[in-house]
Design a protein around this ligand. Structure first.
Ligand SMILES: NC(=O)c1ccc[n+]([C@@H]2O[C@H](COP(=O)([O-])OP(=O)(O)OC[C@H]3O[C@@H](n4cnc5c(N)ncnc54)[C@H](OP(=O)(O)O)[C@@H]3O)[C@@H](O)[C@H]2O)c1
Length: 329
């Protein structure tokens, strides 16, 4: 006979259904649909989170479009789920979990599981921390993937220090937080962004903004750190590094992987491919930066989960500033 522990607002969800977003083939936003499925149950080291909000990241669009490459796509299993950013309330603890309690408001990132556009998500506790206390869950959903990527690149890998000249190439979801983090750490921040968003970028901490459609790398000065969120023309941008400068990229074509690996070891102008994995430590640090007011959420628009197709269409339009948030009913 099983006995239930009283955990406050705990409800038995093991036989209940939830809604989540899935797709059954690669393609445009129209492949996305909302379906019902059983609520997953947390295992050892995991918790079940009742989701409040998630966000759309550039990578979600690429994977949904089949942009991971023919080889990976060949082995894809459908239905596929989508979304990484988790903001919500801990609903149920897996066996032996003691680092969170039911009712905690948390944020995190499911990384490769990409199953966060759903009413409930099971997630490893080391991919979660308490969410910032001074912002709402909707605002918090802007941060986990994008904010951690900018933080890991500039702070952990870039070792950015006050006075550094930094170029942020691409002011999308990741870039807008990179601008703010670089500024908060005392860098002089140049941005290659969209002309339409120049004024906002200056308000978020950019010292100079150039329109990427009209500016070639040759026209720029030299930098201590170039943070590239675009992944093209990297040879031209490496020439714009100071002697000890670093080019940190978060996206790269497969054909460039070997030259990047060699430059990391031998090149004077090093290129580093940064893959950011959110964990308790960096999520907690990001929450502190947010609560201290060093970085603020940048939200372009908010859609309920039922309007996921429209939300993805919007995310695919060009020249938008800030994140698109999905609220979960
Ligand atoms: N390695 C990692 O751990 C990691 C983590 C997160 C994301 N990523 C990858 O990083 C990339 C960016 O992600 P994201 O979420 O920031 O995407 P995003 O929100 O779609 O932003 C992309 C931005 O790049 C701008 N852009 C496009 N071409 C440009 C150019 N030639 N020069 C300057 N800016 C340009 C776009 O401006 P317009 O809209 O005006 O074109 C847009 O603002 C994606 O490929 C994503 O998969 C990697």
């Amino acid at each position: 006979m099983s006995s239930k522990v009283d955990t406050g607002d705990y409800k038995d969800t093991s036989s209940k259904v939830m809604k989540r977003v899935v797709y059954n083939r690669f393609g445009g936003p129209e492949v996305l649909e909302v379906e019902e499925t059983l609520i997953p149950q947390p295992k050892k080291g995991q918790v079940l989170v009742r989701m409040f909000a998630t966000s759309i990241n550039g990578g979600d669009l690429q994977v949904r479009n089949g942009g991971s490459g023919k080889l990976i796509n060949k082995f894809a299993k459908f239905p596929k789920t989508i979304g990484q950013d988790v903001v919500g309330k801990v609903d149920k603890l897996g066996p032996d979990v003691t680092d969170f309690k039911v009712g905690d408001m948390v944020w995190g990132n499911t990384t490769t599981d990409t199953n966060a556009t759903a009413q409930y998500v099971v997630i490893d506790t080391n991919k979660l921390s308490l969410m910032p206390s001074k912002i709402s869950p909707i605002e918090a959903a802007a941060f986990p993937c994008a904010g951690i990527t900018a933080l890991v690149a500039l702070v952990d890998k870039g070792k950015l220090k006050a006075g550094d000249q930094v170029l942020i190439r691409g002011a999308g979801g990741v870039g807008i937080f990179a601008v703010q983090i670089a500024k908060a750490l005392g860098a002089y921040v140049t941005v290659l962004g969209s002309k339409a968003t120049t004024d906002e970028l200056m308000n978020y901490g950019a010292d100079k903004v150039f329109d990427y459609r009209k500016t070639s790398p040759e026209e720029l000065e030299l930098f201590d750190i170039i943070f590239d969120t675009v992944g093209t023309e990297q040879d031209a941008f490496r020439k714009k590094l100071k002697p000890d400068g670093k080019l940190l990229t978060i996206t790269i074509s497969v054909s460039k992987l070997i030259s990047v690996a060699l430059s990391t070891r031998h090149g004077q102008h090093r290129t580093r491919l940064v893959i950011a994995f959110p964990n308790r430590k960096n999520l907690t640090y990001l929450a502190k930066l947010v609560d201290d007011g060093d970085i603020v959420p940048v939200i372009n628009s908010i859609y309920p989960m039922e309007r996921i197709v429209e939300a993805h269409r919007h995310a695919e339009s060009r020249g938008i500033l800030g994140k698109i948030i999905i609220t979960i009913p």
